[in-house]
Design a protein around this ligand. Sequence first.
Ligand code: BES
Ligand code: MN
Ligand code: ZN
Length: 499
Amino acid sequence: MASLPSIEFVAQDAPAKGVVVVFSGKDASLPAATSEAIRSLVTRAATIGKFKGKLLATLDLVAPADVDADRLLIVGTHSDKELADEDWLKLGGVIAAQTKGAAAVTVRCDRTGGAVSADETAMMAAGASLRAYDFDLYKTKSSRKNGEDEPTIASTITFSVADVPAAKEAYTVQEAIAAGTMLARDLVNEPANVLGPVEFAERIAALSQQGVDVEILGESELRALKMDALLGVAQGSPRPPRLAIMRWNGGPEDEAPIAFVGKGVVFDTGGISIKPAGSMDEMKGDMGGAAAVVGVMRALAGRAARVNAIGIVGLVENSVDGNAQRPGDIVTAMSGTTIEVLNTDAEGRLVLADALWYCQDRFKPKFMVNLATLTGAIVVALGNHHAGLFSNNDELSDRLLAAGIGTGEKVWRLPLAPEYDKMIEGKFADIKNIGGGRAAGAITAAQFLQRFVNDVPWAHLDVAGTAMGSPANEYNQSWASGFGVRLLDRLVSDHYQAS
Ligand code: BES
Ligand code: MN
Ligand code: ZN
């Protein structure tokens, strides 16, 4: 895999080398400590290059002879609005992109109109790493971007800061969140021949190194639990299903946990209701919800969050063979609800039905948030820029909306209502796994899930448009985005952490 830059923090008076990054404010204004040599060079170049210090704009200059650096990269930080957390990630991403290949980079964390805080510095460092992420595991020398046998040797990005210990401490938090995000990206980018349910569960088991307790349930255990909705999806694949349960106990012992639940369909052919060939390859990412759950557990453990959190993912392959589930089959979920499977391609809700029921039944959580690449309909409604949010709880919903704005992993709430619930009433069983054709497809899927939450405060995030295939940005160039990790981590840090 392409290696990540190594990140260092030094005091502001330490000598700089390589590429020196200086932040510019409104109208190319520079921090007070900027030398005269740099100041006069930037003033002239800014006029010629029409550089006004606008957020994320850059000015790339050869350093003047009397400055101890090779290049100067001036990066704009001016905005009429206060900078959001995501803006700092973007700044880090822009710095990484503009200094690619440089052996050494020094970022002067100082700007006009206010210092750069330890948290902001740490977010830039995380943004630089996230930008450098490149899933090139399966590319050999000739097709690698740098044409080299070995992945790029990372440069060192050094942040010169007012308070070194504070920046280092803030970075341990941001580094953990970035590691969780990149873990989620890896899982989604991996092809399904490499990452079946068993292999996915093995990757999850490795989280024990971070102090996460991991339990993996196999087929016979799922059968004993009567998870026939999940098992019905898995039965068309020679690769057996798994249910993975992760526990991070960072909070008070007697406190009820919060819970995250994920759809982990390692590949979705559609089953007997088979999908058309075009873009079917993208269904290797149909475990994006599960990947985000694993990623957020990695983040919480990595930053030793003071919270008790459960992560549960249902891992199956939705495939086709002589034993595959048929349209019209009726299965009984763990909850006892009977389900008519009218379309085997509406499989995610069947997997989640049992995972959600199991979660609330065993753990009695304060709330459950599930993430799933659940419907094409949500992509039609919201494209790649918001995940669909459905919830039975206004407080949880508002908190997710706010966390979305804070992190840039935005969500948009859609309704649940008895009228939509009626659309999934079954003819031969309690409910059916599809609604009324194309109408309200994302909502009827959410109504289905609600049947299995037993009135626990719950939110469903439909990430079909955001977990993968979203346009590249300053801090993500990869097909898989890792969407959901930063959002849920933020939900925890804003509201559910013991102080
Ligand atoms: N995994 C798909 C949804 C999906 C579509 C995810 C596009 C990512 C990108 C899901 O299992 C599915 O097939 N849903 C069907 C439901 C329908 C049969 C009611 C859909 O959306 O078409
Ligand atoms: Mn499907
Ligand atoms: Zn699916």
